[in-house]
Design a protein. Sequence first.
Length: 632
Amino acid sequence: MFSVCMRDCYDTCAIISEFKNGRLTVRGNPNHPITRGFLCPKGAMLPKWFHSKERLKSPLIRETLEDEFEEVEWEEAIKLVAEKLRETIKNHGSESVLVYNYAGDRGVVNYAFPLRLFHYLNAAMLDYGICERAGQEALKDVYGSAVGMDPEKLKSQKLIVYWGVNPFWTNLHGFMLAKKYGLEKWVVDVVRTETAKRSEKFFQIRPNTDVLFALGIAKVIVENKLYDKEFIRENVYGFEEFKEYIKKLDLDFVSKETGIEKEEIEEFAFKYSEKKGVIHIGYGFQRSLNGGEAVRAISILPALVGHKFGFIYDMKTIDKSYAEGDFLRTKPAKRIPQMKLAEYIESGEIKFLYIYNSNPFASLPNQGRLRKAIKESDVFVVTHDIFLTDTALYSHVVLPSNTFFERFDIADSYYHRYIALNEPVAKLYGKSNSEVTRMLARALGITNPYLYESDEEVIRKVLEMNGLSLDELKRKGFIKVEEGERRYETPSGKIEFYSQRAFERGLSPFPEYKPVKGKGLQLLSPTWKLTITSQYHNTYNIIDPYLYINPKDASARGIKDNDEVEVFNERGKLRTRARISEDVPEGVVVLYKAFWVKLLEWNVNFLTTDKVVEKYGNASAFHSTWVEVKRV
């Protein structure tokens, strides 16, 4: 059977699945041009996840968050949810209902179809800002789009720069593709990651200085006339103004702030210009107070050397809006910024919260505030999930979900241009998001036919609207969406070094370096190699709960390797053990993110900031967090 991994991951692996003698087996589809027949360690463990004894089998309900859960039949649980929905809308209005979903499952139907019901009800919707929003806005400022280059075009390239991304852990097939094509690999990062250890060059910059490093490189390229004059004349808006802007930049200052020697900055500029490198722009560093400015600055570099859309960031292959069905609304949606969930609960604007494809009580920042807000509110919380997650423990109703091996769907990728088919292999427990949506619609007495379309009908229409064939997809298991002619969707119709869109939002028209300082040690919280945010923590027997700290910072605090330490700031504190590592620079500590509190007793997001970057779409700023550490 054809399957596709629905996790929130670049690769979106095509899988061949088999269910035999009651057990699931999986292997990579050898015909897929990107994922090429092998699975990452997380993918190889999917049968263990699928067969987990911890999977929810029956709906759970309780009256208050202090009560014990009671197992009930589906009919009773759905009836209760429908009654609470009616009651909330009647007493507080439809906008007091918020549907909270994210990319825990990226199936087109499983992600989007439930939104049809909430659009029909005129409920509040989430404004997603947790992941890559700042970079999205920044790339729109410069290119009009965050969609970068097709990774299959790496075949004709010489160099890839991994800037703030660790693909050996998070985009393994992309990393292996670059290796197969013989590209030279450079890494720009704060931490010496596994990718950095496997690359030809590593530029270890200080946190918050990406803007300055990119502008320094641009200055060398411009002043040494290493840029592509013809490309810039035809494709760039504001180049002469940009030249004047970076004239004022002092390379000695750049070197001092970034920690990169002046000679290394110059070497980067000369060799990058010669090789016309592709830059894979990561998501992690743009989750900071100046992350959007950093992405703007970095994205200028490919254009300087004449590389049209010479970056990798996002990929939009098909229009999936039909599956979501916002045409069912009768008034514009109230959008609630994702990072401000606690604030909206505190204000009393949310009275009913329906959560699926997400575990916000692990993944959102400032967990202490969020959990306190929900405990002290009268919000009715419904969670639809495979497991009894941290979020489920803060819910009044928990509905068992099935897995993507148990339903029909399709998935695209935000890295490559292939759509893959997902066929049901077996059925164990739970119901899909679309099944539950239809059950709720019936319980609410809604007759609108769009809420009862089958999964296959929705998929067929989505594909047809994009000029694609479901029958072809069923035969092949995956199909490529070919890239049409691309234009710059900016006000000038060109790549904007002088960004009119940014200027209209009250920003500098050029990327601007603003030093960001805090008290103590800057906390970085990337994902661990065997988890995807909070997913899989309960599946594996191993995690990495250690605090990684530089030897000099450890010595200054009397901390030795494996000592128990307390990590704390104004938002909270936690206890773990220290690992002393030269891979982490001075002034920085690393804790991997979003492990389950119910299993580990702590989560780094009790420390992370819930500040947002308003002018970049209320984007998250997780990595603009500072902590102090002491030996216990």
